[in-house]
Design a protein around this ligand. Sequence first.
Ligand code: ARG
Length: 459
Amino acid sequence: EEHRLWGGRFDGEPDEIMRALNDSIHYDKTLWKVDLKGSKAYAKSLAKTGLITENECELLVNGLDKVGEEWSNNTFEIKSGDEDIHTANERRLKELIGAVAGKLHTGRSRNDQTMTDTCLWLRDAIDTLSQELTTCIKFFLKRAEKDKNIIFPGYTHLQRAQPIRWSHWILCYVFQLKRDLERLFEVRKRVNVLPLGCGALAGNPFGVDRAFLAKELGFETVSDNSLDTVGSRDAILEFLQWASMTSLHLSRWAEDLIIYSSKEFSFVTLSDTYSTGSSLMPQKKNADSLELIRGKAGRVYGLLTSMSCIVKGLPMTYNKDLQEDKQSIFEAFGIMQSVIKISGAVLHTLTVNEDSCTKALSADMLATDLAYFLVRKGVPFREAHEMAGKCVALAEKKKVLLSELTLSDFQGINQNFDETVLKVWNYEQSVEQYTSYGGTSLKSVEEQIKNVKQWLADK
Ligand code: ARG
């Protein structure tokens, strides 16, 4: 006969479909290790109150370790009636050590237990992801350092705007990812708060020392309100918000590269390792890695949206709806881990086609420089802008490039143009004028790289 933790007041067995709906063991078994860790700490805290003897505590702790051995060597057998990881571990503990197992759950509820497990798991997941993100940022920085001399078109409205350094474009994403990493550290602070010792909702009546529990489990602080602790999921939502923001940034980065890798642009060629072909068109090489990074972002928003909807209308405190939280973070973690890894690898292995980058630059992208030429001769910018615009119009009318206008063409528009205007048509020189910090000159790009490296070293 099946053992149920809550069987006392119930007659008969639950309906099969109800059981399938209710069970979470098939996914929350992921938490087996943190569940046992939390239970061992809780057994010790019970011993500290004198509610169980030191000997009983030892039996519990050793028994929990035995359960852990079964999980790690794959011999743990999930039985029907094991609703969730908490139930399964306790059932097995009782089989191994007998009735004393029944003392472990004194004053504890699966409501504080599940949050404890979740926070422990999420804290580890966050540490893994911050390492992955750091590695990814380092790959981006390495590429930015390597390709400092490549100049290519910068865009607004996806129209050619001004020449910029390729590294400057990479760094634009480095700074977005750096902020994402800062945000992840923030999320960790709110995940790293002990839920255990709040019971079902009202707290712990046996004087369990929660500061001791926090220390045992490595939590920075202890939660302040038992209702809030079992009923809120904002730490989880905040993690999903972080995942949404980070995947949004990577998706946008991927979109840039999808465009840059198309034949029409040809700025980059993806490594074969991160591309796939077509089953019909033999010539095709598709940027599937980047498309999946873009696509997965949509899934992550779905996880955030579904979890927000699940929480928004719940009466305080715990409701079974909240059980859905685990699948969201498990899936988000898996997606983020692979997406961050692949992003670093794609950028590290692609080829930049310097020739195509240079060919894509055109004289009209230096129209701003014509205006700046006049500004440097003392012409007010608004007027200079107007004059440069007239030069563009004249070139269009004469069906020549802006750089093919003659000195007399220029002087016909404004007498402040002299023969040095013919030296404007140099992309490198154009890029190099943006020396203020944050600009695209070599000096500024190098400073940006240096600052991010310093930040990584200090963090
Ligand atoms: N498996 C449940 C969850 O993840 C544990 C809490 C169940 N608590 C309860 N009172 N039914 O949320």
